[in-house]
Design a protein around this ligand. Structure first.
Ligand SMILES: *Cc1c(COP(=O)(O)O)cnc(C)c1O
Length: 428
């Protein structure tokens, strides 16, 4: 039976050459998603912009791809910013997010001239304005030194409005006060508003609801403060499929709906249509990735079979964190029919937590020890959320294209774990 191929590469061979667990990313899928954003959003709707959200997955190779594909990059930490810069990503196409940015992060962002800083709170607004005024006009490009806007983070998709730790609520006076203060500060150029409604969404309703409410607020801000909304960022949240046989969600499902609504709502309210942007993370990279594991143990209990693999929540915490659902196949026999013995099969990790389950009720053939298992849809929020729990070493990442595999992050070793680990003299 033919082995599973990913990006043209034989997954059993990949496991043999690079070891397991192994993150494998198909470069062609990532590039195809970026191309779809350009074709179906940026070209179809002039006056738009698009970023890739680093937090889903970023390494220097990934930053190179995003740069070559012409998208911008969202970062939320010094680590992500340094990764992007060291890959040569143009700072003016970087956007800094985060609800607890440090002074070092804000200062660095101003120094290197990131394109946008998305302000999350009144306190951050004051700190940023002080820093920008203290540091004076930016060296090369004064326009680069500006705050992108305020983040409005109503989590509308779940339980109506709840007090989110992100952004400022639309109701009440906080947003009004923030815009008033922002407009008054010489160090800031307040460009617009931003919202992000959630993640893993398959229809645009939540985005559309937020869009309407934010434009209502923008109309009020114009009436009360003379604030002109020049930019509106729709955030991310576009969903990815766990089953590779299902076709991916077209970005236009969201962007056509949002752009249509934006034009209508702006016309209704007599607002000039702002530059509109999206920040896709999962949608760009998740389906491009699989994780390869080796089966260590098959434990057959009455009515339930545990397939324990050589990774788990340390390399993919998403099921324990928020119930993510995955599908897997044997990389050696991807077409093998599922075991029909009637026993439930759970794929579990090797971590010391009973919640360390990768897949509950997996549809898999009876597996052997040493067999390579491929879990789909793991390109996003796995490597970026990985930990060293149980002092496990983080897996390697390979990028595959046309059958060729390149290591883009080498596997951690126990020596890496010990590199920063010190015994104080008094314990020697
Ligand atoms: C997480 C996040 C994104 C990306 O979310 P996805 O669900 O991966 O598309 C975009 N923008 C902001 C502000 C975010 O916090």
């Amino acid at each position: 039976m033919a082995h599973l191929l990913w990006g043209g590469a034989d997954c059993v061979e990949l496991a043999r050459s690079f070891g397991t667990p192994l993150y494998v990313l198909d470069e062609a899928v990532i590039r195809a998603r970026c191309a779809e954003v350009r074709r179906d959003f940026l070209s179809r709707w002039p006056g738009t912009d698009a970023c890739y959200a680093s937090k889903a997955f970023v390494t220097r190779a990934m930053a190179r791809i995003v740069d070559q594909e012409g998208l911008g990059l969202d970062v939320v930490s010094l680590g992500e910013l340094r990764t992007a810069l060291s890959a040569g990503f143009p700072p003016e196409r970087i956007e800094l997010h985060g609800n607890a940015k440090s002074e070092v992060e804000l200062r660095t962002a101003l120094e290197v001239g990131v394109g946008r800083i998305v302000v999350d709170s009144l306190m951050e607004l004051d700190v940023l304005a002080d820093l920008a005024e203290e540091m004076g006009p930016a060296g090369a490009d004064p326009a680069a030194r500006r705050a992108g806007g305020f983040r409005q983070h109503a989590r509308l998709h779940r339980h109506g409005r709840v007090g989110s730790k992100f952004g400022l609520p639309l109701e009440g006076d906080l947003l009004f006060e923030a815009v008033r203060r922002g407009m008054a500060r010489s160090g800031l150029d307040l460009l617009g508003l931003h919202f992000h409604v959630g993640s893993q969404l398959f229809e645009p309703d939540a985005h559309l609801r937020s869009l309407v409410r934010v434009l209502e607020a923008a109309a009020e801000l114009r009436a009360r403060l003379g604030f002109e909304l020049r930019e509106l960022n729709f955030g991310g949240g576009y969903g990815a499929r766990s089953n590779p046989s299902e076709s991916h969600v077209p970005i236009a499902l969201f962007t056509d709906a949002m752009m249509g609504a934006l034009e209508r709502e702006c016309a209704t309210r007599g607002l000039k249509r702002p530059v509109a942007s999206i920040e896709a993370g999962r949608w760009i990279v998740s389906e491009a990735g699989i994780t390869l594991y080796r089966v260590e143990v098959v434990k057959e209990l009455p009515g339930l079979t545990y397939v324990a693999v050589d990774g788990g929540m340390a390399d993919n915490p998403r099921r324990p964190l928020y119930g993510a659902v995955y599908e897997a196949v044997s990389a050696e026999r991807p077409d093998a029919v599922a075991d029909r013995s009637g026993s439930r099969v759970s794929v579990v990790g090797r971590c010391c937590e009973s919640g360390d389950v990768l897949i509950e009720d997996a549809r898999l053939p009876a597996l052997r020890r040493g067999e390579v298992l491929a879990v789909f849809n793991t390109g996003a929020y796995t490597f970026s959320m990985a930990s060293n729990y149980n002092r496990l070493c983080r897996p390697a990442v390979v990028l595959v294209r046309d059958g060729r595999a390149d290591l883009i992050v080498r596997r951690e070793t126990p020596e890496d774990l010990l590199a920063g680990d010190e015994i104080p003299d008094r314990l020697v």
